[in-house]
Design a protein around this ligand. Sequence first.
Ligand SMILES: [Zn+2]
Length: 47
Amino acid sequence: MLDTVKTGQSPGQGVYVCTNCHQQVAIGDYDLLPKCPRCTNNEFVKD
Ligand SMILES: [Zn+2]
C-alpha cells in the first residue's frame, strides 16, 4: 500500500509521482510539495 502525500506537505527529499498523470516532481529536504506542473493534481506517491 502506497502512502500518498499532498501539495503543501513537506515529505522530505526525493522524487514524487503524480497519482493522476505520473509526472515526476523532485523536491529537497525542506521544500513543500507543489501542485503537479502538468495536471495540477495535488496528490503524489513517493517514487
Ligand atoms: Zn499530474
